[in-house]
Ligand binder design. Sequence first.
Ligand code: PLP
Length: 358
Amino acid sequence: MGATPARTACRRWGYPPFVTPPCSTRSRDGEAGETWFHTSMALDRSTIWPYEDGEPGRFYYSRYASPTIVEAEEALGALEGGHALLYPSGSAATSALVLALLQPGDTIALAEGCYFGTGVTFQALAKWGIRHVEFDQTQAPPEGVQLVWLEAPSNPYLTMPDLEAAAAHPAPVVVDSTVATPVHLRPLEHGADFALHSATKYLAGHDDALLGAVACRDETAAGELRRFRTVTGIVAAPDPAFLLLRGLKTLELRVARQTATAGEIAERLRDHPAVETVRWPGLGGLISFDVADNAAALRVETSTRLIVNATSLGGVTSVMESRARWEGERVPPGLLRLSVGLEDPEALWRDLDRALAS
Ligand SMILES: Cc1ncc(COP(=O)(O)O)c(C=O)c1O
């Protein structure tokens, strides 16, 4: 396999090839010491709870806090090594974080080639005086910006950021680590101020929950974000939080399997005559690769039987799509993005190989 910048970066930072997150440990006595191993997780859909002796208790109105959300936040916070906050989607987490941190006139340095929707969200915030400039995240961020926004690895270009260079920048650093997941990278341990997730993807993992998350170490920052979330009402619902709790129980196993299968498929794609470029950063279940042109990409994506022709990523089902449909000229016309699921790797390869010959 060729040494992509991302692989070099992984070696340089000494990312552990596989991090065992705390969710995979339980006491030797078989006690369910960690809340997320409880056999029955409580889904509490209440919006109100009775006052205690005439005073609001821990929970009283769900825009402020609710039990299922708090339980999921504690589980995710333990995985990221910080305080986690849930939001209704990854994009909601992005908007809430930017609006809470920045002022009119501030500029965000955004990793080029990252999830295109993040740039679209930032454009929508421009009328409130928040600008963004793009930069190569494998290099140091530009001077004079008030927030650095990285993606590990970027979707769909799959570059890894130079976290060391970013951490040396005076501005706060956000790492969208939706694709890496805490199984492969815990950004807060590498100097990032905030880790952000579309929990819709690997964390929940089954394409049935729309959810976002931000984690940070700083207690004051977490408190500010919580306050901002409450007053703006950008609050997640308990049902997806419940599905996140369920998803976290198998996160490590899913991501390990998806990473192993993606590595094998990336290797075989590199040898395929119909494939021009293969991007896989050496971690995670997301691959992108280029075929000759957009017509070829459309043919391949509509010719698979096992791999579903759909958007999104990070679920147990493999999905693939041509990204030019969404991103236009920002990506090569023949770029296909494949999110590897949990199917039999040989069956996946047979499906892909047949589609590439179509
Ligand atoms: C890397 C990344 N970040 C953020 C988002 C936005 O997340 P959501 O769709 O949950 O709003 C996505 C969605 O595809 C993504 O891929």
